[in-house]
Design a protein around this ligand. Sequence first.
Ligand SMILES: C[S@@+](CC[C@H](N)C(=O)[O-])C[C@H]1O[C@@H](n2cnc3c(N)ncnc32)[C@H](O)[C@@H]1O
Length: 319
Amino acid sequence: MASPFTHLPVLLDECLALLTPQPGDTVVDGTVGGGGHAAEILERTAPDGRLVGLDLDPQAIAAAGRRLSDFGDRVQLVRGSFRGLRGILDELGIEAVDGILLDLGVSSPQLDDPARGFRFAEETAEETSLDMRMGPEVGDTAAVLLQEASIEELTRWFREYADLPGAHRLARAIVATRERAALETSADLLAVIREAGVGRGRRHNPATLVFQAIRIAVNDELGALREGLEAAIECLRPGGRLAVIAYHSAEDRIVKHTLRDAVRGCVCPPRTPVCICGGQVRLRLLTRRPVRAGEDEIRRNPRARSARLRAAQRVANAA
Ligand SMILES: C[S@@+](CC[C@H](N)C(=O)[O-])C[C@H]1O[C@@H](n2cnc3c(N)ncnc32)[C@H](O)[C@@H]1O
């Protein structure tokens, strides 16, 4: 029997305080997961508010369907990426929404299921294939990427997505190993990481960082985030609110810079005499600094430790 989908929503009260869902609102949960945030949003938008919940993962959509079944036709669940939010809302006949939540990354059930290959567990590493896709439409598995990526690409992933000391050394070791035999299981990858001796002295186990970097590359998480944020800003009605929870610094940087550019409007280089970019002010910031979880929440849910929540409000387009 499949294990129940249990994922504690992170920074729940803080998200609700920033999104301020009201009765009758239409809200998008772009990463619905197990429906934890979504259920609370639906409580506050009762009796007739709507929630559109997206997720790439069919198991998450099934779990959210079970969790949110009491809300009936106020909920529409769609399997797809938030990077395609505009098209998804067009298909549902929704022009603009009152709130959008993106709670990025992977859920606890995804991480904990060894068959998904997101995390290494020494005991099951031999049988865990290097998959790491959030959903079937994502494209190539981790095993395929590790077979095909160049040394330069691998190095960039380990540096940019995980800040891994020895990134280039590990990339070279992967390429040398795969010339003898393809890396197919978590155990194969763990053996290369160990032999390359990378990331010593870091707070995190180097294997955790390497698995994180490969997961981000497999799912093009940063590309999806850039496109998803732009789509989200465009889909908000004036006054609508966007809240985003990031779990690592590369993600948070993209959120911070995208929101900041939309707040500034013009993104011309400094000292450009006249604006040539045509950028318009589209957002007002609701959080000057990222909101972090308190000690109590971190004790109950260690995943919350790295969470950083930022939010902004859509302003009307200039005439
Ligand atoms: C941290 S979990 C969300 C948990 C959810 N807030 C809850 O309370 O249960 C992140 C979810 O986002 C999904 N996801 C990641 N990238 C996505 C994308 N580009 N589009 C849609 N869903 C995505 C993952 O499959 C995962 O289920």
